[in-house]
Design a protein around this ligand. Sequence first.
Ligand code: KG4
Ligand code: ZN
Length: 332
Amino acid sequence: MIVLGIESSCDETAAAVYTPDGIRSNVIASQTIHEKFGGIVPELASRAHHTRITPTVKQALEEAGTDRDDVDLIAVTSGPGLMGSLLVGLCFAKGLSLACRVPLVGVNHIDAHIYSNFIDHEPRYPFVCLIVSGGHTRLVHVPRPFDHRVLGKTRDDAAGEAFDKIGKLLGLAYPAGPEIDRRSQNGDPDFHSFPRAMIREGFEFSFSGLKTSLLYYVEEKGEDFVQNHLDDICASVSQAITEVLSVKLRRAAEQTGVETVMLAGGVSANSMLRIKAKSAADVMGVELLIPRMEYCTDNAAMIAITGLMKMEEEAIGEEELGLGVRPFARMP
Ligand code: KG4
Ligand code: ZN
């Protein structure tokens, strides 16, 4: 089975080829145009996808040593995401499906982040997964494939969004998550204690108070102080965000009794979160899975593998297969 995965939900145009030997190519064309706006401009994202989708898919097929006629299944992100961006990938996939007479399956982007863990690891159930990306923060309990029981999610900003918005207040370019992570490694995480909302109970998250607290902190201390202690402030912010995330991951594992916990989504690339999640898993004696770095942030390898799993699990109805796949902006 050769699967072509296509992803265009946000600001990465991506294509990947999966074969029975594993992922054979994973091409990601990132859009840098949004940096100067401090966030994604949807119209610019759609236009950039439009110019990049054909060369990206071609490159993925070439790198995998395959031809479009060899493809047995096309898996494409159908949502959630920016509608204009989703439509570019979806319409391209439908055109290819029609031209090459290859079945098409729509993949939920958040499901794909979860199953990116099974690119390098054998599937195992039940598990608890902490999905932390730019648009979503949620804890799910998964007793069997595609049975996602949401334990809790964020009430306001997603964890990645918190990193990005805080970075903007600190004068860092968008997306600021990776830069805050880099700076944190040279800073003191206990330099300042930022709030850890709702850490004591439940599985819900809230990060908007942290952002406001940082805004007041910057106003009180002044620009020079902030720039002189940027690494320490980044480390303190990372500490506050990752402590809440890891405490809730541990609570979810304890309450559900699973033996496997996972991280998924762009923020799972965060070094402090990876360390904290590992020590939480070790204390509980459970296994921790984290995707390889290139599968943490948006990519099409995760779309390909999830599309294949969906087919194999027969978790899809006829209406979802083929040209009837419809885009959706928000999580159903
Ligand atoms: O999953 P993803 O690529 O896209 C969405 O589906 O949202 O996640 C992107 C998010 C951004 O907010 C980015 O700042 C954050 O992931 N991110 C990180 C790191 N790498 C990416 N946040 C903290 N530390 C990182 N190392
Ligand atoms: Zn994502």
